[in-house]
Design a protein around this ligand. Structure first.
Ligand code: GLV
Ligand code: MN
Ligand code: MN
Length: 417
């Protein structure tokens, strides 16, 4: 099916969405910070719903703020075909992560409608709440709750850095009702597809315009609290110290050492935050909280790295006389794409002579959890130098338009099944 994407409009909308930001302007690119339930996030949500309703699509949101934009099909009782992504952005990020899948999904629906296509199954665009873990420490909050992967009671009690629980924050943002109501039944969707920038270098390096994701690597998150003994930076004698930050430094290097030691390109680990208490230049750190993000295509290998790190923690406890507690945030399984949707994507590309690459997603996405709910697959487009989570993140307009075209064509096929 020939599809005409309105590339100029889509680009314009991506740029408008990027103006809902809390970030200081950056000379390197378009800096975007849009933390879940911040004023900018709420403005972005309202704007997205306006775009959708102006097009005649129905919009609703659930108790955690996931937005559902539905184009009702000829047989509305059949399980719908869904697409989407997220619009929240980590601090000082770029303007394409997640947004391409949301606005591209909307444009794909509009393009099909303009063409006179009438879907048999409803087609639904989903904008997930808090794909990014910035505020509540755990990523994919909305899709975890939709798929029943996160206990609603635990979710409700998650706290932000000001110790405000999700329950309070979401209610103030206008999202009420029990979190248990967010979960969707297994038969709710016929298929799920997410369009996203690759966030890695492979497509650009190989000059391939499209990636078809065959699996998503398994992420895990841990929080380590190291407690030592603080005091005056001048008066507390060196032999008497139990400096929590020195212990944390060793722990961070242990993470790097054991991750590298697997020798596998697919094992990656990052300590991305380090909160030092009391955080004064003339005070010996008494407590440090570290957040660890560790991922692998092979969850057993990921766990064996964790075992090595735990052994080093034991050594640190003895040697540095500190306490170290480990809290599991999440330990997820990898997800496999649906062979059927992958095949549809391959046929759609091949029949138009469009080169593609089948690939693993090392970044996680809401699709990791949507796979528990429906047959899932993802489409990747290249991004410059593989850069993401930075203001200089960039995807070419023609790549965005091509990804959106293939998305529309595959949605049309799935909606006709
Ligand atoms: C998603 O943003 C990820 O961290 O993979
Ligand atoms: Mn991201
Ligand atoms: Mn993303």
């Amino acid at each position: 099916m020939q599809i005409q994407i309105d590339q100029a409009r889509l680009l314009n909308e991506l740029q408008t969405l990027a103006t809902f930001t809390d970030a200081e302007p950056d000379t390197e690119g378009t800096a975007v910070t849009r933390v879940v339930f911040s004023a900018d996030d709420l403005r972005a949500r309202a704007w997205l719903k306006e775009l959708a309703t102006a097009e005649g699509f129905e919009a609703r949101d659930d108790a955690v703020g996931n937005i559902f934009i539905r184009w009702v099909g000829r047989e509305p009782n059949l399980p719908a075909v869904a697409t989407g992504s997220h619009t929240d952005a980590i601090p000082h990020a770029g303007m394409y992560d997640g947004t391409v899948g949301v606005l591209g999904g909307l444009e794909a629906m509009r393009a099909l409608k303009r063409r006179g296509f009438q879907p048999r199954r409803s087609i639904e665009l989903v904008m997930f709440t808090s794909e990014e873990p910035t505020r509540f420490g755990i990523g994919c909050l909305g899709s975890r709750l939709l798929s029943g992967t996160l206990d609603p009671t635990r979710a409700e009690a998650l706290q932000d850095k000001d110790e405000a629980p999700l329950g309070t924050v979401r209610t103030s943002a206008g999202f009420t009702g029990p979190l248990s109501s967010v979960r969707l039944p297994a038969s709710h969707y016929h298929a799920w597809i997410e369009l996203h920038i690759e966030q890695g270098p492979l497509l650009e390096r190989e000059s391939i315009p499209l990636g078809i994701v065959t699996s998503i690597a398994a992420p895990a998150g841990y929080c380590f609290t190291i407690t030592g003994f603080g005091g005056h930076a001048g008066a507390l004698l060196m032999p008497d110290r139990k400096d929590a930050l020195c212990a944390a430094a060793e722990l961070i290097l242990s993470v790097e050492k054991h991750t590298l030691a697997t020798g596998a390109i697919d094992t990656v680990a990052t300590v991305g935050t380090c909160a030092v208490h009391p955080g004064a230049v003339n005070s010996v750190p008494s407590r440090v909280v570290l957040q660890l993000d560790i991922r692998d295509t092979n969850p057993d290998r990921r766990e064996s790295v964790m075992q090595d790190i735990r052994r080093d923690c034991e050594d640190l406890r003895q040697r540095r006389k500190v306490t170290i507690t480990e809290e599991l945030v999440n330990a997820d399984a990898p997800a496999q794409s649906s062979p059927h949707i992958v095949q549809l994507m391959e046929e759609t590309c091949s029949s138009q002579g469009i080169p593609y690459k089948k690939m693993v997603s090392r970044a996680y996405h809401d699709s990791l959890f949507m796979a528990a709910l429906a047959p899932m697959a993802m489409l990747f487009i290249p991004c410059r130098n593989g850069v993401s989570h930075r203001p200089d993140e960039y995807a070419k307009p023609e790549d965005i338009a091509l990804g959106t075209t293939i998305l529309a064509q595959v949605l049309a096929k799935l909606a006709s099944e």
